[in-house]
Design a protein around this ligand. Structure first.
Ligand SMILES: [Mg+2]
Length: 208
């Protein structure tokens, strides 16, 4: 069985509050994370490996958080228990077929330059074509221009043309997950399949 090494913060844990300590895990999972873990566990050995892995407290905190999300998910109790029984939490870097991380570049044989390193942004902070505003801010601005609210499709239509460097499918994933963050953070209201942006303009975009 091939091994996947999966980062925790910014991949499984949405990490909207930033680093608060090795055993502090207070944000919700990234949308789709648990379903994805359950599917991948059928074919791969899954190792959750993070900077938190260095201590027993950190590994136990990740295990507990994932268990909570798994048992709260749509998975049957039997599948949830099976998933938790197969997930591994190694304390040192596993020998992995592939690594999934929000802060990494794929090495192509060409070493990245300083500019490429400095301009890197994780998926939830990816900049748009203006190089200044985040996807969250772009969504919020689009919603302000749609006073009756917008469906996800309308929102994707507005925001997608402003995003570069990603495939359409990747853009749609980023837009939808960012929208969920905005809703969770109370910046956007969603009802009946429509979304609107009430209240004062958010100021702490880096948190999203
Ligand atoms: Mg990370």
């Amino acid at each position: 069985m091939k091994t996947l090494s999966i980062d925790f913060d910014g991949v499984i844990h949405s990490y909207t509050s930033g680093w608060q300590g090795a055993s502090e895990i207070n944000d919700p999972p990234v949308p789709g994370a648990i379903k994805w873990l359950a599917k991948m566990a059928e074919k791969y050995e899954l190792c959750i490996f993070s900077t938190r892995s260095a201590t027993t407290e950190g590994r136990e905190a990740m295990r507990k958080a994932i268990a909570r999300w798994v048992f709260e998910s749509d998975l049957s109790d039997e599948k949830a228990a099976h998933l938790m029984g197969t997930l591994k939490f190694p304390k040192s870097k596993p020998s992995a077929w592939l690594t999934l991380d929000d802060r990494a570049l794929t090495f192509t044989g060409v070493f990245p330059g300083e500019e490429q390193i400095e301009s890197f942004r994780p998926w939830y902070k990816r900049e748009n074509d203006l190089g200044q505003t985040t996807v969250g801010q772009r969504i919020y601005e689009a919603l302000q221009g749609m006073p009756d609210g917008a469906t996800i499709d309308e929102l994707v239509g507005q925001v997608l043309p402003r995003m570069i460097g990603l495939s359409t499918a990747e853009c749609v994933d980023v837009i939808i997950s960012t929208l969920n963050r905005l809703v969770d953070a109370g910046y956007v209201q969603g009802a009946g399949g429509r979304y609107c942006a009430p209240g004062p303009k958010p100021v702490i975009w880096d948190d999203l």
